[in-house]
Design a protein around this ligand. Structure first.
Ligand code: 3H9
Length: 650
């Protein structure tokens, strides 16, 4: 039974059991209606406790049902029916009461929760708004400003904060069932609280609400759901409940069929299914992680591992480099403490679990070592040879290379099958994406160990085969090249960047290069010059900038001129670009923003198709997950391959 009723004296327990996350699918909705009828009809029942089996209270509507025709009873009607019960219902929350789950709880007369429970309305992250009365009931319960913050951010609040806000009535310690029963007996004889729908919105500061709405609109960058959330909250403050519920329903239905929501749902499921088809291997237990290299990347990886509870040993060439690497990690952890994402205790534990050394022997007990040194094959080989001499025979060895052949690197060790690639993105303790690079012949246990590490670090871990740049950097190289062609053919960097921002990227490719620094890729291009195919078109504008010492933001000049953090178009760069086109005999033709972005998208999709055909990515969805989580592709567009499959236009 998906929903069962069990009576214990005057208290009835209605329990939902719909693994994995108790989503409010058809069987749950129908079961709740039956449970309501049964408990209303049972004269012995004075109060009803609604709770869930398994790891969580209802985590939302069943998103998988959104592509199908709706089947009655619909969730808004179920919530209305619960709200109309003659007997008090008490929602007893544990895990994550999200979306439609929290809306069910809002239909109950009371809400109680265990201290660890979290509550939220994350619909906006799926391109939706709460559609089962949440936009109407939450503002009436906690006030419109707090309700707007919860709905527009999509972020859950903890039980303590929920109690402060008045979202729940009590935090219950100990066994939830027993504590909720005691709560039910306490309130069974009291008058039922006034229905949320019958209440007025509490007094609020209209100016504050308008400022919040303006800030949300400014941040939405083309997304429709934040705007709909704002509209619904304003409705809740101006309309009676019935009218506001009808308006919410209309907004919800419009958003459900909006391509933005389809795209966000696509990414939601793509992220959860990525890597599931990997060959079965057994992850080796890992507690001690080694990191070779204490630069920005190595320090970020070390910090990420410490934050996830690992012991970390960092290796550098000499005592001075060890100290510098150590300082970088300490700085990252200190930042976490300052921002409040780390408690004092957790911060102290991280520092205690961290050590540095200039002796590879310190890695003798490491279960997994990640190398993050310079991108030169001979340097990598030296590191892997040194590791091979000291680590346990079963330890997994990983390289964080961004583009070198992982199979070639593996040749430095006696058992190459234990070598994999773990390609992190900078800053490694923040960026969600991890490419798990699998060279031919890799041991499935080593691969499973890398995947398990990614999971524990909270990363979205995407398997990739070996090729130049793997999935993400290979696609980025392709569209960067296309952008260089476009500036030689007639567009200007600011026009390309503007087109990308307009599409939804947080920044354009040229701004991004200025931020990262132009010198590293310049050095790489110089190394590759001898092997470059002379027949292939080559744009040397970036080289010319570097020759003038224009390395990007850090030198105050790159593709743009910088005054502090503000980028300005530099007429000298424009002149240099125009002179280059003239030197090559190219008649410059200007391009519209749509034409620029259309070209970028075409190139991304063509490279994505090649990556799939070569088996570098297992699925088109994986490419979308990479582009969205590592390269700023707007999530609400679903990724380049999703756009291609939908025939979507810019
Ligand atoms: C909504 O409620 C609309 C209403 O306002 C109005 C209605 C009219 N549906 O993430 P995990 C699956 S919109 C279907 O790996 P975790 C997921 O695909 C919804 N399936 O676990 C995966 O399946 P599989 C608002 C769902 O412990 C499995 O559950 N709610 C749903 O890391 C485990 O997921 C949300 O947006 C769903 N709603 O995290 C909450 N949710 O095993 C979305 C999960 O086959 N969910 N699945 O791969 C989450 O944020 C996380 O899943 C949660 C658990 C925090 C609950």
């Amino acid at each position: 039974m998906t929903v069962s009723v069990h009576t214990d004296g005057p208290v009835a327990f209605v329990e939902i059991d719909n693994p994995p996350v108790n989503a409010a699918s058809f069987a749950v909705r129908a079961g709740l209606m039956e449970a309501l009828a049964q408990t209303e009809a049972d004269a012995a029942v004075r109060a009803v406790v609604l709770l869930c089996a398994g790891r969580t209270f209802v985590a939302g509507a069943d998103v998988r049902e959104f592509g199908k025709p709706p089947a009655a009873p619909l969730l808004p009607d179920v919530v209305l029916a619960l709200e109309g019960a003659r007997k008090p219902w008490i929602a007893a929350l544990h895990g994550t009461a999200l979306g439609g789950g929290l809306e069910i709880a809002l239909g109950c007369a009371y809400r109680v929760a265990v201290p660890e429970a979290k509550m939220g309305l994350p619909e906006v992250t799926l391109g939706l708004l709460p559609g089962a009365g949440g936009t109407v009931r939450l503002p009436r319960l906690v006030g419109p400003v707090a309700a707007l913050n919860i709905m527009a951010s999509g972020k859950p609040v903890g039980a303590a904060r929920a109690l402060e806000l008045g979202l729940i009535d009590a935090v219950l310690e100990g066994d939830l069932r027993a504590a909720a029963r005691a709560f039910a007996l306490d309130i069974a004889e009291a008058d039922k609280p006034v229905l949320l729908n019958a209440r007025d919105v509490p007094a609020f500061d209209a100016e504050v609400l308008h400022q919040r709405i303006a800030a949300i609109r400014a941040k939405a960058r083309g997304q429709n759901s934040p705007e709909a959330v704002c509209e619904a909250v304003v409705n809740a403050t101006r309309m009676g409940a019935e009218e506001a519920l009808a308006a919410e329903r209309a907004l919800f239905l419009r958003l459900k069929d909006d391509p933005q929501s389809r795209a966000l749902r696509h990414i939601f499921f793509a992220e959860r299914s990525v890597g599931k088809s990997l060959a079965a291997g057994e992850a080796l237990p890992s507690e001690h992680i080694g990191v070779v290299g204490g630069g920005t990347m190595g320090a970020g990886i070390a910090a990420a591992a410490l934050l996830a509870g690992f012991c970390v040993t960092m290796i550098e060439r000499n005592a001075e480099a060890v100290a510098a690497g150590h300082a970088r990690v300490v700085e990252v952890l200190g930042g976490g403490l300052k921002r409040g994402v780390l408690t004092e205790d957790a911060h102290a534990r991280c520092l205690e679990a961290f050590s540095g050394s200039d002796e590879y022997g310190a890695l003798a007990s490491a279960d997994l070592v990640i190398e993050a040194v310079f991108e030169y094959m001979d340097v990598k080989h030296a590191v892997f040879k040194a590791l091979d001499a000291v680590v346990k025979p079963e330890a997994v060895l990983a390289t964080n290379t961004s583009y070198l052949d992982v199979g070639m690197i593996a040749k430095a060790v006696r058992k190459p099958s234990r070598v994999i690639g773990l390609h992190f993105f900078s800053p490694a303790h923040i960026m969600k994406l991890l490419e798990l690079v699998i060279p031919p012949g890799a041991d499935p246990d080593a691969v499973a160990t890398g995947a398990a590490l990614g999971k524990r670090l909270g990363k979205v871990t995407v398997p990739s085969g070996v090729c130049d740049g793997f999935i993400g950097n290979r696609i980025m190289s392709a569209y960067r090249r296309a952008c260089e062609y476009m500036i030689e053919d007639g567009a200007l960097p600011a026009e390309v960047d503007q087109a990308m921002r307009g599409f939804g990227f947080p920044m354009g490719i040229f701004e991004m290069q200025d931020l990262a620094g132009l010198d590293i890729s310049w050095a790489m291009r110089k190394r590759q010059a001898a092997t470059r195919d002379p027949a292939q078109r080559y744009v040397d504008i970036a080289d010319q900038l570097c020759e003038q010492g224009r390395f990007g933001r850090k030198t105050g000049r790159g593709w743009y001129l910088y005054d502090g953090k503000t980028a300005q178009v530099d007429p000298e760069v424009t002149a240099l670009i125009e002179a280059t086109s003239a030197r090559k005999g190219i008649t410059r033709v200007s391009m519209s923003g749509d034409a620029i972005m259309g070209r970028i998208l075409d190139v991304m999709q063509a490279e994505g198709r090649a990556i799939l055909a070569e088996g570098i990515a297992a699925r088109a969805e994986d490419i979308d997950v990479v582009m969205v989580n590592g390269y700023g592709f707007p999530r609400w567009r679903g990724g380049p391959m999703f756009m291609a499959s939908e025939g979507a236009e810019i």
